[in-house]
Design a protein around this ligand. Structure first.
Ligand code: GLN
Length: 477
């Protein structure tokens, strides 16, 4: 009997190799389960049944013929609906892209295809990845599998919920301010955002280009490493894509070296307003590190308090330029109108939801002549100071430990009409996007029936191996 809830990438790979099951069998099981379970969770916006089953048949044929199969062969994955897969819808959960079908594969999808992964479907999100609850989708509200009266977090809530509810073995999301790590923490799965430039953004619908990164959802830290190894790497089609290559220690950590890492705990991330249960859970992780003989010390990141303000200037500025391309002409359906201006008004007016409009207007304002220096230029300078805080801290420590979210998963509707409360959800995650650093959200162990809590490990640029290795050490201990 195949137990979907126990399938990790690693176990799937072993089972397939030992012929305990076929890729087709597993894919069919997933679709049968999704049909029932997703009525309750609503993680998926569209399914790719035919494509996935065809892919599974090819994999099974390769296994039968004794050919060597690639590392993610047949692994059933869910993909956030901002990442293009040729021939499948890519709506960004926006009405303005409701009828859009992707004409090409994103860089990260090309890599996943080459590694043999199969795509179960496209997952729900806050429109254009703007939000922290997945309630701001134009199409549906996703629920937290741990308690369906709660939000799954966002913006990649569909991907997080799909993995948490066993409707996918792993998933991709995007993280501009916390959209992978926060829903991972809320749903009790592992979510990693790598260093800026580690994964191609080509073919990923842009929100804020200097902050956006593709990230992974998985059930274990080990799976996060396996998946990241496959999708990281240079893409000539993305000008910000780095040429760094990752070594074997990403997937096979040397735990002797991991035990030698020094962990820093920044006071600025244990602030008033943070749920006491979260603070004590993360302090518990700190103590566990200490019992594992890992050095832990207090550090300071003094500019942290400005991060949210900086983010809500830089991000909307980039949003306003990125969203300008949805002019009613190039993508989706065109409104009937008398003249060009009217076409813009109608298409953008009807096609974009409240949050993308709010941010486009804010962004246009902070970039406008007369305000540019006061807001945008100043925010960029403070952004550099935030980055500098981390540079200095990393002279002293190798990894930084913090909470992921200031609150436990909240009720559906609780913050939906209060943007400021919603924005505060990302207070501990956006600093990494501003500084371009890798971070991983890992579920705190031993919570039993209590709601999940995540802790965050932050690494030096290109040192994903440190946070993955330490995460695995914690996971296994
Ligand atoms: N919740 C944050 C926002 O609304 C982050 C979104 C994201 O990372 N895509 O902007």
């Amino acid at each position: 009997m195949i137990k979907l809830e126990e399938l990790t990438i690693k176990k799937f790979r072993e089972g397939l190799a030992k012929k305990e099951f076929s890729a087709s069998e597993v894919a069919r099981l997933f679709f049968d389960y999704i049909e029932v379970k997703d009525k309750e969770i609503e993680a998926y916006l569209s399914l790719n049944r035919d494509g996935a089953l065809e892919r599974a048949r090819q994999i099974d044929a390769a296994v039968a013929s004794g050919k060597e199969i690639p590392s993610l062969a047949g692994v059933p994955m869910a993909i956030k609906d901002v990442i293009l897969i040729e021939g499948l819808p890519a709506t960004a959960a926006s009405k303005i892209l409701e009828k859009y079908v992707a004409a090409y594969d994103a860089g990260v999808i090309k890599k996943l295809k080459a590694a043999g992964a199969l795509f179960l479907g496209k997952t729900n999100l806050d429109e254009f990845a703007m939000g922290s609850s997945t309630e701001q989708s134009a199409f549906k509200v996703t629920r937290n599998p741990r308690d369906t009266s709660l939000v799954p977090g966002g913006s990649s809530g569909g991907s997080a919920a799909a993995v948490a509810a066993d409707m996918a073995v792993a998933a991709l999301g995007t993280d501009t301010g916390g959209s992978v790590r926060q829903p991972a923490a809320f749903c009790g799965v592992v979510g990693m955002k790598p260093t800026y430039g580690a994964i191609s953004r080509y073919g990923v619908i842009a929100m804020a280009s200097s902050l956006d990164q593709v990230g992974t959802f998985s059930k274990t830290v080990e799976d996060a490493a396996i998946l990241f190894k496959e999708i990281a790497g240079h893409d000539p089609k993305d000008a910000t894509s780095a040429t760094v290559t990752y070594g074997d220690e990403l997937v096979n950590p040397d735990f002797h070296k991991i035990r030698e890492l020094t962990v820093g705990v920044p006071e600025e991330y244990f602030i008033e307003g943070t749920d006491a249960e979260i603070i004590s859970a993360v302090q518990g992780v700190m103590k566990e590190f200490e019992t594992l003989k890992i050095k832990v010390k207090k550090i300071h990141l003094p500019h942290t308090k400005y991060a949210l303000s900086v983010y809500y200037i830089v991000m909307p500025a980039e949003v306003s330029t990125n969203l300008a391309r949805y002019d009613g002409i190039r993508y989706g359906e065109r409104a009937k109108s008398e003249n060009l201006l009217d076409l813009y008004y109608q298409d953008r007016g009807n096609g974009l939801g409240l949050e993308p409009k709010r941010r486009s207007i804010l962004g246009t304002f902070v970039l406008s002549a007369g305000y540019y220096d006061a807001y945008y230029a100043k925010a960029q300078r403070v952004r550099a100071l935030i980055k500098q805080d981390f540079d200095e801290a990393f002279l002293d420590v190798d990894v930084i430990l913090t909470p992921v979210t200031p609150t436990l998963p909240f009720k559906l509707g609780e913050k939906a009409s209060d943007p400021m409360q919603m924005y505060l959800s990302d207070i501990f995650t956006i600093t990494l996007n501003l500084a371009g650093l890798p971070g991983i959200s890992i579920p705190v162990k031993g919570r039993g029936d209590k709601l999940p809590i995540g802790f965050q490990l932050i690494g030096r640029p290109w040192h994903e191996a440190d946070i993955l290795g330490l995460g695995r050490y914690y996971e296994q201990s």
